[in-house]
Design a protein around this ligand. Structure first.
Ligand code: TPP
Ligand code: MG
Length: 175
């Protein structure tokens, strides 16, 4: 978390002829977005796509699966109250700031961003707040216990398929 914006700055400085995008979560972006001032001042025209789902999505997913949706400390208010408003924030840091709220606009907003090469660009992609990310591996489980969806694991050729829920995931192998 917080790696994308500074990493993009470094990548763009190392390869100025390449188009460099940072794809960042709304939580992650809030850890280092002040580096956009450096990008603007030093003339490093990176592009940042903020995937704004309004919450710490990975943490919310773990709470949804392991704690029956008893959510704690995951709402970022980046949807509900627009705190912070990423368009205003990026504008204040010297970037071109765009917002995309409809699937139909995705291509044109990306095209707009790609056409700007004299300043950093930030796009606030406002997406659904409850989409889960699959596949995932439960904490303490092994890679071959990967889940394709809740309680569903892929079939592997060399074994009988068994369904398992994350709470029954085998404990880490004992030494
Ligand atoms: C420095 C750091 N702090 C905390 C974490 C734990 N962590 C992993 S993902 C995550 C939430 C990320 O939220 P967001 O950037 O909004 O992305 P989303 O999962 O919503 O796509 C957290 C807190 C981490 N990986 N790194
Ligand atoms: Mg998020």
């Amino acid at each position: 978390m917080g790696y994308a914006v500074p990493a993009a700055l470094g990548a763009k400085i190392a390869a100025p002829e390449r188009e460099v995008w940072a794809i960042d979560g709304d939580g992650c972006f809030q850890m280092t977005n002040q580096e956009l001032a450096t990008a603007a001042i030093e003339g490093v025209p990176i592009k940042v796509a903020v995937i704004n789902n309004g919450n710490l999505g990975m943490v919310k997913q773990l709470q949804a699966i392991h704690y029956d949706g008893r959510y704690s400390s995951i709402d970022l208010a980046t949807h509900s109250r627009r705190i912070p408003d990423f368009v205003k924030l990026a504008d204040a840091l010297g970037c071109v700031a765009l917002r995309c709220e409809r699937e139909d606009d995705v291509e044109s907003v990306i095209a707009q961003a790609r056409a700007i090469n004299d300043r950093p660009v930030v796009i606030d992609f406002v997406v659904s707040d409850d989409a889960l990310v699959w596949p995932m591996i439960a904490a303490g489980a092994s890679n071959d216990q990967i889940m394709a969806a809740k309680n569903i694991r892929p079939l592997f050729d060399d074994e009988d398929a068994t369904e398992y829920g994350p709470m029954q995931a085998p404990a880490a192998t004992e030494e």
